[in-house]
Design a protein around this ligand. Structure first.
Ligand SMILES: C[S@@+](CC[C@H](N)C(=O)[O-])C[C@H]1O[C@@H](n2cnc3c(N)ncnc32)[C@H](O)[C@@H]1O
Length: 255
């Protein structure tokens, strides 16, 4: 390997791109710090704006069919784990609702509720649902700006699903979200979520978060959940199922 190649590898570091590491990433951090944090705005406000911008910049380009079809893995997993036709499903961080699209064939008498911090992603998801002919009364969507889920207060869900969402959430938000969901879960309900695991907390590229398994277990316990890890999840993330600890309540949800 030439000296030049060795320097390039060193400069790219774990980002595989010198431009990303030394230009785009610092711009993202500066935007977050100066336009959001120092003005008292939250990570969610920044990240929601960032997700919206990605769609606005691309001008609503339809997502790749392969990306949408990968959600069949989500639907198959839930069916394998007893999803019923009557279940009320909350998809937390639903994005383009590709999971909702795949679940619509099963939830013939149930309801699918998608929640996300990105209005643009929800709008694009609704277009996809419409194009697929899913009747409007079978799903509902909400754009949120924090993890308290006030808009769903008093409702109950049999299944809550959060795929690849904790991977973009700081610990404080995960803790609030766990408590909010504990309050919304039916007594025998199940909350399936994924997270990216590492030996210690890690954050990369501003938006990607890793957590030790013990920490996720602790957050769950503190919110009144017991959790089980599922080995039959075909992805590098860890799949968990949280159920209510007998007699436990989540307590007040503060942010
Ligand atoms: C990697 S995408 C996954 C989308 C979807 N779960 C799927 O599997 O297709 C992550 C999604 O979570 C949303 N998100 C991130 N943080 C969130 C939060 N704190 N509350 C709700 N949604 C969030 C993002 O806007 C994005 O749509």
């Amino acid at each position: 390997m030439s000296f030049r190649e060795r320097v390039a590898i060193l400069l790219r570091g774990e980002y595989n791109s010198v431009r990303f590491r030394f230009l785009y990433l610092p711009i993202e951090w500066l935007t977050y710090l100066f336009l959001y944090r120092l003005r008292g705005k939250s990570w969610i406000e920044f990240y929601g704006w960032r997700m919206d911008e990605q769609i606005r910049r691309k001008g609503h380009v339809p997502p790749k069919q392969r990306y949408l079809d990968l959600a069949e893995i989500h639907a198959a997993f839930l069916r394998r784990h007893g999803l019923r036709t009557t279940d009320r499903v909350l998809d937390y961080g639903c994005g383009l609702m590709r999971t909702g699209l795949k679940l619509s064939a099963t939830l013939t008498e149930g309801l699918y509720v998608g929640v996300d911090i990105s209005a643009e992603r929800i709008a694009q998801g609704r277009d996809l649902m419409r194009a697929a002919g899913v009747p409007e009364e079978r799903y509902e969507t909400h754009v949120v700006s924090d993890c308290r889920l006030e808009v769903l207060r008093g409702r109950q869900f049999d299944v809550v699903w959060a795929n690849s969402v904790l991977t973009h959430m700081p610990a404080e938000d995960i803790q609030v979200m766990f408590r909010s969901i504990q309050n919304l879960l039916a007594p025998d309900g199940r909350y399936f979520f994924t997270f990216a695991e590492a030996g210690e907390r890690k954050r990369k590229a501003i938006k990607d978060f890793w957590y030790p398994r013990e920490e996720i277990e602790r957050f769950s316990r503190e919110a009144g959940f017991q959790i089980k890890f599922h080995e039959d999840w075909e992805n590098s993330d860890v799949m968990c199922c949280a159920t209510k600890l007998p007699g436990a309540t989540a307590g007040a949800v503060a942010q």
